[in-house]
Design a protein around this ligand. Structure first.
Ligand SMILES: [Fe+2]
Ligand SMILES: [Fe+2]
Length: 192
């Protein structure tokens, strides 16, 4: 009897975590789908290159074998859909920052695209930050496995990626959101 109730509880737990994973996947798919149309904005090249560099280092960690590769697999599972979403709508609005900082006006098409994207970032803000928590936890395990297996390169990569996520939380996401608010104010003042 007791065994049955334990089995039922495990089943409920499994079903609810599978349901949560499915819901998260759907959110990623919807976000990527609505952003797949060609945009007038592109991710700033420095950020694209940084993501590509981190991706290459993750590929090396995956190929390095042992516990490091096992831990890298967990990082990959949470990181790849997250990177895709960032490049779809969190990073492209930042390509307007230099223009706005120099007091120049983006085109109407650029401004409305940036507002659409930053609204989407605002709607997904908490989830994106929660994903950084998941990525960071997986990276700490990767760093520990790499140190244990004497792979300093992979440990350094894990630490660099933790900093990358902090930089996004402290600077890049807020910059994109503030930019969106600024562009809305500008649009309201030019079309009262
Ligand atoms: Fe990123
Ligand atoms: Fe991120």
């Amino acid at each position: 009897m007791k065994r049955n109730s334990v089995a039922t509880a495990s089943l409920i737990l499994f079903a609810s975590s599978a349901g949560a994973a499915l819901a998260q996947q759907q959110q990623h798919d919807e976000a990527a789908q609505s952003s797949s149309i060609k945009s007038v904005l592109t991710t700033p090249s420095s950020m694209k290159v940084e993501h590509a560099h981190l991706h290459r280092e993750l590929t090396e960690a995956l190929a390095s074998g042992g516990k490091t590769a096992e831990a890298a697999k967990n990082v990959e599972a949470v990181l790849m859909p997250h990177f895709a979403e960032e490049e779809a709508y969190a990073m492209p609005p930042l390509s307007l920052l230099e223009t706005v900082a120099r007091g120049r006006q983006p085109t109407e098409a650029q401004a409305s695209e940036a507002i659409r994207m930053t609204d989407k970032l605002r709607a997904n803000y908490d989830r994106m930050i929660a994903e950084h928590g998941e990525v960071t936890a997986a990276l700490r395990q990767l760093a520990a496995a790499a140190r244990e297996e004497k792979k300093p390169r992979q440990a350094e990569f894990a630490e660099a990626l933790i900093l990358h996520a902090q930089n996004e939380e402290q600077i890049l996401y807020p910059a994109a959101l503030v930019l969106g608010d600024y562009l809305k104010l500008k649009a309201a003042s030019s079309h009262p």
